[in-house]
Write a protein of this length. Sequence first.
Length: 578
Amino acid sequence: MIDNHLIEQIRAANDIVEVIQGYLPLKRAGSTWRGICPFHQDTNPSLNVSQTKQIFKCFACGKAGNVYGFVQEYEKISFIEAVKKLAQRAGIAIPRFERTKRVNTKREQLLVVYQTARDFFAESLQRHGDEALEYLKSRQISPETAQNLQLGYALGGEKALLNHLMKEGHAVALLKESGLFGNYRGNVVDLFRDRLMFPIHNNTGDVIAFGGRQMAEGGPGGKYINSPSGELYTKGNELYGLFKSKYELSKADKALVCEGYFDFLRLWEAGFVNSVATLGTALTKDQIYLLARYTKNVYMLFDGDTAGIRSATRGAALCMAIGLSPFIVELPPDSDPDTFLLEEGKEAMQQRIDSALPLINFVATHPQVEGDARERIDLLLEHIRQNQDAVQRELWINDMSDAFGVSTSALNSRLSSGRQAFTRQEPQSAPAEKPAPEEFLEERTLLILSLQSAEYYKVLATELNEDYFNNMQCREIYQWLVKHIDPDVVGSPADILSNIENTHLRDTLAELLLEDPQQLRFEDTLDQVKIRKLQRDLEMLDKEILSEPHDVGLFQKKQELMGVYRRMTRKVIHKLPY
């Protein structure tokens, strides 16, 4: 085990804001920092980080903790692994200790299989891959790039990888489920044979799949073979190269999205290290959510032919639904990123990127985009409609008005009519949100003030008991506090969270620790006043809709007010530990 004092020393040496900024961008917002939460499909900055208290909390999904908790959750690693990772970052040595944890789960076993396979392919490239190395040379891919991106070679034998993995002690039953093998006449055989191998990593660096390319045209099995979806890998959920480029995406605040392996290799070779590839598929929402962790600016860099342009346009439109800013980098009709860089060079590519058009302007003007003006407008509105940010929607509507020469009122009418097709037409009553009794606000306020003051906490722990807390969640927090926290040694917020194993309790407590006690009463009261005003406005709108049931503008206004109402009530209810 690692000594508790050393664990605290390592935590103190790793500022939580600096650590999180290594994973995703944060912006200062008053006394805290905010960013896009990586733990759910977040489009508005919901992640709050307190540099003073050294804790984080997402007010949308509820994830919370100190710097160890963030690294654990983000990297999907154990507490001990997070400690070791942060110790290395801080330059603190940890005494060697015996690892007693066994690899038990099927997922863990498969990760070991894939790591072993990657090493085997990489070694085979150097020892037996003359043809593959020559092929890379012919494609002008340097040995340094091949090594950096862990390229490999699958031998031509039917059981080369199988025999190696069995020799390493992996069970045949597990290997059959790994996606690395096929069945030929009742025999287990290697899926990848005589191919240049591209390891596919997840966001934390684990190898979870492979792509294999033929080096001779017209051979059996097709030009490319990719691992099937399985325990580790789902097609459309990962981006090739993201593990290598994710920090560069944040640094550049821009992602270059290409289609294929060699497009990515060529971009990387040319110094465009803020690139990712879609693994030969159209860009998916899951992939866009991955990009949103690092940047809001997505540059689609697909082939210049009609198919490439239309695929890039569809993927870019999906970005709008999630709230990202999409651009289209246009290449010549007979070109792709690989060939363009080889023929025209890095400077020409940079010029293309710098002159990339925002999606709206591209869709309005490019002749190869599908459909007439009305169909192109509908393509954009379909995805703008899904975006929950009313300000962003209005900005895009203004841009569309300029690009297409159509009035904003006509576009808004079409936008709302499309939304009406998916909503009920009759008036809706304000949602019956759970009320916010004053006693719960008082219990919550008492806990917040006590957690931020040793003097208050001592009163809480010595003069009260659990019967003072009527709300069950408040009572649970109180019970944990008096059991684990010494009134004479309260400790910092990060210290308090370090001792909580119950995830739900930790998340709730982190929210209380992040509160500013000076503002609490005012903000709570202000929110309640705003909610009451919204309720009155919604009641008035219901009456207007009853008298004018065909007025689309009233429905649109109702939908917007309902959205504001839900956000406000969720904000208040979320503060109450029901």
